[in-house]
Design a binder for this molecule. Sequence first.
Ligand code: ARG
Length: 466
Amino acid sequence: MTGSETNRAWGGRFAGGPAAVMARINASIPFDKRLWRHDIAGSIAHARMLGETGILAAADAEALVDGLERLAAQWEADGVPEDLALEDIHMTVEAKLAEIVGPVAGRLHTARSRNDQVATSFRLWVRDAIDAHVAALVAFSRILLDRAEAEAETVMPGFTHLQVAQPVTLGHHLMAYVEMLWRDIDRFLDARARMNLCPLGAAALAGTGFPIDRELTARLLGFDAPTANALDSVSDRDFALDYLMAATQCALHLSRLAEELVLWASQPFRFVELPDAWSTGSSIMPQKRNPDAAELVRGHAGRILGLMTGLCATMKGLPLAYSKDMQDDKEPLFEAHDLLELSIAAMAGMMADIRFVPERMRAVAASGFSTATDLADWLVRAKGVPFREAHHLTGRAVKAAEAAGVELAGLSTEMLAAIDPRLADAHEAPLSVEASVASRLSEGGTAPAAVREAIAAARERLEAFA
Ligand code: ARG
């Protein structure tokens, strides 16, 4: 099955058109039309440069810019037409421009190739995506900061191995996620800074013989400078991978918080209650209230990770420079973007609305001899006992308390003195969960005062660039 009409953009040396399946596998317009604003912006900058340098007559350059602006207005209203015969967004722009401005449209592709064009449009798209993610992550961080501030004194169990380890404050726990989100923001901004170089002018792979001004196009498009090597410029997709890696790391953080919400909302924990707006019911069990959004955020993280490894696999075997495999860079990135955008929004919404159950958190925090370390530390401080010996003595106190069915604070002076005389006045140790957390004032510690300091520092950091 061979089509009869040859491609107008490159069909000069062809006698026949592509098979129907060839047209389908070749075309990227169904997905790369998402780049249309950035592709038109790149073309406008290119046309301006062609005019400025005298490569095109000023009137031609003006006609191209004017036509591209009209095309953008038209597509803003009606959407982008999807014609497989036009292959991709670049050829669709050129063909539709010709319908507006006539044959002068054929001059737009002077001194460029679709290879540098797609690299430029895609970079511009990724750059905008990063800016939107950063804004969303800043907004989410502010929600967590507000909630951490309100819960700076709320005691909850801190876990290691998912076993009650030491009491912490809920504010401290929430601030751990603020730190993670900060690193995500930083990673996105780092990726943005590295990718902000303009490939336009690399042409197909070797540069061009026309006297182009790459500084000018770079500046017009908000890039810091042109890229250095033409071969690298058209074959580099590091910016897409940097984006996907930053997105993956961010998704992992969201997924860990989601996992905690799933645990905390379950009956054995009951640390939180999900409001109706963030719960779903069961079609068979009328009492159920399921944390589906959190579970889906956890699920989406797996997909984003898969999309990232997928593009790594696509790129790993490609010789220089452009290969058509690289057309497969867009769908994974778009999909990861949409999943991450939704995940950030869902987590921010849930964390804004979730109800904490402080009584329940405190009760669990006080169980399991969670202040045993405080007793050992007290023996070191107040009695000069070496820590290793203090650890051992405290272990015996825990054993006695367990046998008596009481918490450490419930051991009588006699029982304590019987273990070791130095334990006789152990009730002076910070054995309550409140005293325990209040004592942990070290930088980054869980004490309410330390948490408030961390919140203030994080707010300052966010304000510095937001
Ligand atoms: N649609 C193509 C892509 O997304 C544009 C570049 C095509 N270049 C080429 N030499 N066929 O990768």
